[in-house]
Design a protein around this ligand. Structure first.
Ligand SMILES: [Mg+2]
Length: 240
């Protein structure tokens, strides 16, 4: 009897740029929260946004373990910058927290792709669904949350993708194995490659339309938008 491939039972999803276009959201959140803080305390003349960005990146290099914990990096870089701007410890703490809260509120004002909700709804009837993000979106703040059993904030776990741990934790919670799980995401290095390295299937979303780096590893399936996922799953299930 020929060996058969087990059916897929679970799907894991990246969030940013997989279920919504993230760049405009980030650009707006970045400029608006910074302008808000400047309106409150007038810090931006001496410390323009570029300086804050530079300091966040430098802080990430200084604390490699926390490089994926973007909320911490934002708050901490802001706190130190405001102290350097002459604010006292208490004030710097207060305003850095307030600014990051403002940023996070703006960051969650996002519109998923119009197909996303219905798509997840229909997938959830056949598969168990989990989310794994390196970003600082809190899925419970979004209407899409109810489609997923959980969301893993891999950066805040200090194990951002491509680390295997968030994938392994997701499969443990979904009661699935690599051979029965497909990961969906737009990053070649942080989604597609780590998933297939673990023996999962991967749907790589070629957001930029540049094509997959050759050779495409076995188990990676290239799509251009998450809306193509049902068709891919039909195809995969038919060949199992
Ligand atoms: Mg992504």
């Amino acid at each position: 009897m020929p060996a058969t491939t087990p059916s897929l039972t679970a799907l894991t999803f990246d969030l940013d740029d997989t279920l919504w276009a993230n760049r405009p959201i980030m650009e707006r959140a970045e400029t608006e929260h910074y302008a808000w803080l400047d309106g409150e305390i007038g810090h931006a003349t001496d410390f323009p946004l570029e300086e804050y960005t530079r300091r966040r990146m430098a802080l990430g290099l200084k604390h490699p373990l926390r490089r994926g914990d973007f909320t911490w990096l934002r708050r901490e870089a802001m706190r130190i910058m405001l102290r350097d701007a002459g604010h006292g410890e208490k004030e710097a703490h207060h305003w850095s927290h307030a600014a990051v809260e403002r940023f996070l509120a703006l960051r969650h004002e996002l519109q998923p792709f119009p197909e996303a909700s219905e798509l997840l709804d229909s997938l959830a009837r056949h598969y168990r669904l989990g989310a794994i993000t390196n970003g600082n979106v809190d899925l419970t703040r979004l209407a899409l949350d109810h489609h997923f059993e959980f969301s893993i904030a891999a950066g805040e776990w200090l194990a951002p993708k491509p680390d295997a741990r968030p994938f392994l934790a997701a499969m443990a919670r979904l009661g699935s194995r690599p051979s029965t799980t497909l990961h969906v995401g737009d990053s070649w290095k942080e989604d597609a490659l780590p998933a297939v390295r673990l023996g999962m299937q991967a749907a790589w979303i070629d957001v930029k339309g540049r094509g997959a780096p050759e050779p495409v590893p076995a188990g990676v399936h290239v799509i251009s938008h998450v809306r193509e996922l049902p068709e891919l799953l039909r195809h995969l299930n038919a060949s199992r």
